[in-house]
Design a binder for this molecule. Sequence first.
Ligand code: SAH
Ligand code: SF4
Ligand code: F3S
Length: 469
Amino acid sequence: MELLLNKEEKYIFIETFGCQMNENDSERILGILKRLNYKPTDEPYKADMVILNTCSIRDKAEQKIYSALGRLKKLKTYKPDLIIGVGGCVAQQEGEKLLRRAPHLDIVFGTHNIHHLPDLISKVKLNKSRSALTEFSDFIEEESFAYTYEKDYAKNLSQRVKAFVTVMRGCDNFCSYCIVPYVRGREMSRKSNDILQEVERLAEAGIKEITLVGQNVNSYGNKEEDISFAELLRAVCRADGIERIRFITSHPKDMSEDLIELFGEEKKLCRYIHLPVQSGSNTILKRMSRGYTREDYIGKVYKLKRFYPDIGITTDIIVGFPGETQSDFLETMNLIQEMEYDNIFSFKYSPRPETKAAAFADQIAEQIKEERLAILQETQRDITMRNNQKMLGKVVDILVEGRSKTTEGAYDNTINQLMGRTSCSKIVNISGGNAYLGKIVPVRIEKISANSLMGIMVKNREERINICC
Ligand code: SAH
Ligand code: SF4
Ligand code: F3S
């Protein structure tokens, strides 16, 4: 292709919204564009192409895209040759409508169309023609996974330590509030051999931690009659060079005994699980079409905790789902206190196009949603703080991922601030040099806040108390 022969160096700025699936898709986009000589940049003003990789999970997420497009309109008046593309879930949902709404937009590509980007770019360059491609495909374009995380291509140091690996895409669950099945299509798993080859390639590129990602990883391989998710995880744990393995997201209804037991068997598997509950009320769970009860959920968490009392657990919660009474909400409050989550991701219910719940008659007033969200978040802050307090003075292993975002506290700004994570996924900031990047080091927790822990490296591993890894 003509574009491949063009050796002139160009820059791509990509802004990623939404979940881990989108983050991994952005890596695939960068990998594909690298073959067209595009280098990533963090500065939109320097870019020859800007791509917004979008999310439409809530109304607010979608609005952010329109604001970002507004800012790009101004940029294009100064840089008329700038190519602007929108991919991801809003692109899938809106398609051509986006081109009509934003005349400065050149390319719209849906969630199954990343591999068509070179053709779409070629059309803009050669014919000045704008296009939208949002067809779903019934196979996974394996070639689009082939160029992620190349050794010399990572955007920053933290991305070189850990990587996402997509194991499946789409979702068949149709929870009544959720747009994902409409914008990501039917559930489809990648072949286990392809996944394992990608993991090996990443290990060779120096990646130390892999997170297997999908909207519902527990049903991996079911349709394709490939190995189960627990078997896949076991195989990934065997990969030389990879030190830690995580996965996201688990659906409580599909979490198998095999998977629970795997935590005890595989040392590389991090003691952490994100297990979205959404609500503590059975009435609401039923209307959400979640396929489990509060009791089923609690039973699974206790099983995990019985094996590993120190396992890190986080969850997602929606407040103000249609018909949620004060007593339903109190059941959710009561559940978060019983579960003692390390953290929760909580959202006001947002009606989404095409979903069942958007048509429910008993929508909740915005003010009530806001009040409930504030109460929930305040209570969780205390729970998180209490959990963090239990770590004070303990020594834990952290994998150093990159530079710390914060320089608060007693630390000298001239000293390199690093951040890492415990196996149970708590962020710990430490002082230290770049040589520690990608290394697992023992750290004593000296100071805590609601969002992170601060520690100092210790030499003697024997001081270590096995509290979470
Ligand atoms: N596949 C994951 C969730 C993906 S979406 C799962 O099943 O758990 C991430 C989170 O966004 C969801 O867990 C839910 O809490 C939230 N969410 C999804 N749709 C929403 C909506 N319409 N309004 C508010 N929050 C929503
Ligand atoms: Fe959405 Fe439910 Fe699928 Fe998660 S399992 S992506 S919440 S439909
Ligand atoms: Fe958002 Fe799409 Fe993920 S809607 S949460 S980016 S699957």
